[in-house]
Design a protein around this ligand. Structure first.
Ligand code: ADP
Ligand code: MG
Length: 473
């Protein structure tokens, strides 16, 4: 007799047809997100699901959707929004694979980079499931070729990536066209604050499922201090930066003047650095924050006031160049790292005269903080080690929301035949009223600049410029 494992598909209330398909596909056991997510979705509840890439999230939502489809009724019943054309293709393929015992099932991808006409024709004939990018779905809504009044389930797949790519407004417009009575499932690999906000706006009492990756530490912040004289702080900072590998680090100073001075020292040493403080104009601050969010600067030096509102999903390193004046501020500063199950490190430079302040902090966090030794080398040699390009380069495009420029348009201009970049080489896209920002892989910056300036977006020419990190001298 075959002993059935508790994590088998037959432990779920899935239809015999779906049970048969997963058996045919050789899926023997459920992945954790499927085990926990499928019952929630079958029960009709909203879901927020977080688990790492490759953990079977697609089947976790596709199986319940397939189970609830009424195939006889050729109207649109489920919509899946994905950030890119490639992902839409993958999700649609999985739907068709899992739906092979659902005769007459019609799944349509509605994404950019392919002509709209055949999509409109297929929509007119009627489909059960649409898998699309927000941009193209919105296009069809605008033309009246797609109507969402009959949709009962909505899936936002890779929601964090959709926000990164600036699809928030498009999604909002699409959501406004959906029936209020519907099921909404949201999947995301990371959980920045913006995802909580999104869930709060679009979902009803969602069940939240987070699958921790056992290979990784739980989202914890490792705290350390370095006791150092004021004169040696720069050396100590250089040591911290050089010994903690990071893509982007946030360094706090208590004073604007220290921010300026430190940014100058770091950029003089060749580290891609920006400064953020209250004296900068709002435009400049927004731009620096955009650069930090899209990883086109390596070190951001900031005052508390200016750093307010920085929402970075997986910041690896926070350094207190100065210990803040209150323990509450300390907790707030270091809380910017170690989010979403990621491991974060915070290091504070503390002068011998500040030991009392440090005790207050330790009292407040309820633990003693590890003392760390610094490298005996000087700042100059240490900074040489980390003086390399940031991961991304940022471009500014002279068209924005008021010019009806949307993320998909920029992505389209950069990828495919027109742009020559892979979607994976394009980072965050931010659309502002009069301009937009897009991050691309550093070594593709010049190429992206040329293709944007040579090509058109929405049939119009816009000017693109590469935003270099500022000189701070
Ligand atoms: P995610 O969206 O979480 O990144 P996918 O849904 O793309 O992951 O799934 C990754 C791969 O795992 C796919 O090829 C899928 O067919 C396969 N897969 C999904 N569920 C199972 C399962 N229970 N057993 C074996 N393979 C699975
Ligand atoms: Mg996926």
């Amino acid at each position: 007799m075959v002993r059935r494992m508790a994590t088998g598909f037959d432990s779920l209330a899935l239809s015999p047809a779906l049970q048969a398909v997963v058996a045919e596909l050789g899926y023997e056991s459920l992945t954790p997100i499927q085990e926990q997510g499928i019952p929630v979705l079958l029960a009709g509840k909203d879901l927020v699901g977080q688990s790492k890439t490759g953990s079977g999230k697609t089947a976790a939502f596709a199986l319940p959707v397939l189970q609830t489809l009424n195939l006889e009724d050729r109207t649109l019943q489920a919509v899946v929004l994905c950030p890119t054309r490639e992902l839409c293709g993958q999700v649609a393929r999985e739907f068709r694979k899992l739906g092979r015992r659902h005769p007459g099932l019609a799944v349509l991808t509605v994404s950019g980079g392919e002509p709209g006409r055949p999509q409109s024709e297929a929509l007119a004939r009627g489909v059960h499931v649409v898998v699309g990018t927000p941009g193209r779905v919105l296009d069809h809504l605008g033309r009246g070729t797609l109507r969402l009044g009959t949709v009962r389930s909505l899936v936002l797949d890779e929601a964090d990536r959709m926000l990164d790519m600036g699809f928030e407004e498009d999604m909002e417009k699409i959501l406004a066209e959906m029936p209020k009575q519907r099921q909404t499932a949201l999947f995301s690999a990371t959980f920045p604050h913006s995802i909580h906000v999104m869930s709060g706006r679009y979902q009803k009492d969602p069940v939240r499922i987070t699958i921790e990756d056992p290979a990784e530490d739980e989202g914890q912040i490792q705290q350390a201090v370095v006791i150092v004289s004021p004169e040696q702080k720069i050396d100590a900072l250089a040591s911290v930066l050089a010994t903690h590998p990071h893509e982007s680090a946030l360094v706090f100073c208590n004073l604007k003047s220290s921010v300026r001075e430190l940014a100058r020292r770091l950029s003089d040493a060749g580290v891609v650095t920006e400064a953020l403080h209250g004296d900068l104009e709002q435009f400049h601050r927004d731009r620096v924050m955009a650069m930090f969010r899209n990883q086109s600067i390596r070190v951001l030096v900031a005052t508390d006031v200016a750093a307010r509102g920085i929402d970075v999903a997986d910041l690896e390193l926070v350094v207190n160049f100065d210990l803040p004046h209150s323990p509450e501020v300390y907790v707030h500063r270091i809380g910017r790292t170690g989010r979403a199950g990621a491991r974060g490190i915070s290091v504070s430079l503390v002068t011998p005269g500040e030991k009392r302040k440090l005790r207050d902090v330790e009292h407040h966090v309820g633990a003693s903080i590890e003392r760390m030794k610094r490298e005996p080398e000087t700042a100059a040699t240490l900074l040489e080690r980390i003086a390399r390009d940031a991961k991304m380069a940022m471009l500014q495009i002279s068209g924005g929301r008021k010019d009806k420029v949307r993320p998909g348009d920029i992505l389209g201009a950069l990828t495919g035949e027109a742009g020559g970049l892979e979607a994976s080489e394009v980072g965050k896209i931010e659309i502002h009223d009069r301009w937009s920002y897009v991050a691309v892989a550093t070594d593709k910056g010049k190429h992206a600049l040329r293709s944007l300036n040579a090509g058109k977006i929405k049939g119009r020419r816009f000017r693109a410029t590469l935003i270099p990190p500022q000189r701070h001298s």
